[in-house]
Design a protein around this ligand. Sequence first.
Ligand code: ADP
Ligand code: MG
Length: 672
Amino acid sequence: MEIGDRVDCLKGIGPKTAALFEKLKVVTIEDLLRFVPRDYLSYEAPLDIREAQTGRRVTLRGTIQSYVDVKKVRSLTLVTCTVKDGTGSVKLVWYNAPFLKKVFHIGQTFLFVGTLTIRGGQLVMEHPEYYTVQQYDRLMESLQPVYPLTEGLSNKVVTKAAANALPLLEQLEDKMPEQVVERYSLLSLREAIRGSHFPKSTEHLAGCRSRLVFDEFFWFLIRMRLLREQMVKTENRFHITDWSAVEEWKGTLPFSLTKGQEKAIAEIRSDLCGATVMNRLVQGDVGSGKTAVAEMAILAVIKNGYQAAFMAPTEVLAMQHYEGVSRDLEPFGVRTALLCGSTRLSEKRRIYQELEAGKIDLLIGTHAIIQDKVIYQNLALVITDEQHRFGVRQRARLSAKGNDPHVLVMSATPIPRTLAIILYGDLDISIMRDMPAERKPIKNSVVGPKYRAAAYKFMMRQIQEGHQIYIICPMVEASENVEAENVIEYRERLLDVFPETIRIEYLHGRMTPDEKNAVMKAFAERKIDILVSTTVIEVGINNPNATVMMIENAEKFGLAQLHQLRGRVGRGEAQSYCIMLCGTDKKEALDRLQILNESNDGFYIANEDLRLRGPGDFFGVRQSGEILFHLGDIYNHADILKQANDAVAYLEKEGYPIGQLVRQEDLSVVPL
Ligand code: ADP
Ligand code: MG
């Protein structure tokens, strides 16, 4: 058998199971080996009987008190016996297991795992699993893998398949340079993979996962380094010489630009006039006014005879930009079009034609705008807003069209500068630290569920003053379907709480783009008072009339994500509020939220968050940022990220032929 063979070559896996694996993107045996559990279960230490709660699965350690009683009740054989520890006693019950009489003897101690109930004033455990003290000690040390699953595929099947695949690990090649493995005392790749499925201990697991995260960061950074090399050599073929329209545009703004905006604009201007192509990241907190900066760049490029493209992560956001930007730039004769996945075919065709003929200057939309079918006449600038960093793949796609346009990436994710420099090593960075002056800081509160009723009353008053509300529903990891149900049910409940005149709608990821757009449009037009939503609302939505953001189960979110959500309010002149409703009184959870309570500064929050988390917090709250790795999390694993960066720099210094580590064709498939 070869490691590259399909999983159905393994014993016990037929074509049906293989098809299920394929849904999880596991096709070959190597895929299976690299299919890392999402969590691990361990057997818990036993509880005192007095402390054990009923109705839950618990482990007790008890000494056999009575002879095992075997009774025939109709067709059943009932086996009972009583055990006790120093704090109480429990009656154990099994059915049809008479052999147990030979297993348990008075005075012996066993561990029992099962659910406790109370019957006739007596604690009872039915059909407990039982272990000797030695057996259980061993179990407590081991960790059972819990895999991401799909319907029809059980954890047991995946676990067994992974175990069967382990011998093929011998064929796995580790491409990591040896000096890196040595210098950073990394576990071998084979051991790391073996241990990530079946760790020997918690420490062993941490070591194994660290190695895998290290690899993920390392290979990403290597590719970026190589890409950077290519970029700095790319000549600027666009001559942006006429800046008169930009000066005029500044005069039409209803506000004066902040210092941060001025600086970013100056830096972009100098890039556009430079010898090589622009690759710049503009990082500014939510509400810092990044769109205006984008507008300036767009106008400059277009007024010099070229085209621009503006890409957003969702249709809702694309539509919002389309409305705002085309309104601002129309007076300058800019012809704009909107292209999304849901755009009608006839309209799409028209856009393709006019774009190629140069009759459209600016195309705004989702990923649709950089697809192969879309041919620009002379594209000079691509801007991406609030989304996964403009991947290497997309850039390769654009370059393949022979354009090499300038690239501007806009992000609100407040990544601490030290990390940003590593992660965006291929980009120049402009940071806007200041906010438009007339903004009122958002007022925050962190409260328990008891406050919910009062919060609804408060919302009612805000609505009466003409404002609008967002409520973010509890986050569930399970599935988008469950999330959708939650949102729908939550709205139903609200309908009972609020008077009939209050208009309440919902938004979730499972709705079609048309449905989502319709809701967002209605919300923007103030036809909805309360919008109940999942985190799909998180990015970039701008409705300055919304003044309250309430987040249910706030403790389940990462701080950076909460900050993004909060950024949906506080965008207009009225005072805005963020209510973080906490489902727990746990001190750590509340302390963490306290950081948000005290500050509205995204960069401060990101730094504090990083400080609070220890390194290697593998299952901590995953931060939603724009840089998504499979296992690694730039916040939780900041230390490993720095180490991987250090490793790449070290190889470079040593004159290691980095270029040979990655094949040219693999350069365009960075996993982002
Ligand atoms: P973000 O950086 O989150 O993308 P936006 O560009 O959406 O922020 O700007 C948020 C709001 O602030 C918009 O309504 C915009 O018109 C306004 N705005 C932008 N710059 C300024 C400024 N310098 N002074 C006042 N308001 C501004
Ligand atoms: Mg924005």
